[in-house]
Design a protein around this ligand. Structure first.
Ligand SMILES: [Fe+2]
Ligand SMILES: [Fe+2]
Length: 211
């Protein structure tokens, strides 16, 4: 018998993946920086803010891919649903970062397909490991993202209120995603895995800041 759930998930995953890579996503919530005036930034500040927002955009590409990989391999239907809902919320982040990059006169990472492919493979492996590990991976990812966004809130130009508003809202959402994963039974990942995740994220953020 054909597994219709698997087909449904597969179609949704392909749809989301194509929309992510070809930038045709639509947000469900308003742009956090919509009512703020464009700050006067020096060219250095503008480049630096763009570097940060490009890193965040790359991170959101990776988040989409992780969630897709985890969703397709999740065993429990409710976990599949959690991955899908969290992934949908991340679409807002993706679009907001892209919009801010345009306002800053910059571009998204040229390596987006690479971030997507790598994260999709990692998400699939996490899903195959089992739901509690997949949730654990999600919780740890979001925890590390929150720490990373805290760093951006410190490092962004003080008067770039637009970028700050976006990053602030994203931080709030990521914190919520981590809490949801823990509430649904996330297992704590072994230390070497957590370190490996940090190392991988470091390589990605350093590269995406530049290209
Ligand atoms: Fe996000
Ligand atoms: Fe998130």
């Amino acid at each position: 018998m054909v597994n219709t759930n698997l087909i449904d998930t597969g179609i949704k995953v392909i749809d989301t993946s194509l929309k992510t890579l070809f930038k045709v996503n639509q947000t469900t919530r308003p742009y956090p920086a919509a009512n703020l005036t464009e700050p006067r930034l020096t060219s250095f500040e503008q480049k630096h803010a763009a570097g940060y927002m490009r890193v965040n955009h790359a991170g959101e590409i990776a988040a989409q891919a992780l969630y897709q990989g985890q969703q397709i391999t999740a065993r429990d239907l409710s976990i599949k649903q959690t991955m899908q809902e969290a992934g949908d919320e991340e679409i807002d982040h993706l679009v907001w970062c892209e919009q801010r990059l345009q306002e800053l006169g910059s571009h998204t990472s040229y390596l987006a397909p690479l971030w997507f492919t790598g994260a999709f493979i990692i998400g699939t492996i996490a899903g195959i490991a089992g739901d509690k590990w997949s949730l654990g991976f999600l919780a740890e990812t979001e925890k590390q993202v929150v720490e990373h966004l805290d760093g951006h809130l410190t490092g962004l130009p003080e008067h770039d209120t637009k970028s700050r508003a976006i990053v602030g809202q994203m931080r709030e959402d990521e914190q919520k995603h981590a809490e949801t994963a823990i509430a649904e039974g996330a297992a704590k990942l072994p230390k070497p895995i957590r370190h490996l995740m940090k190392l991988t994220a470091k390589i990605m953020t350093k590269t995406a800041y530049l290209v």
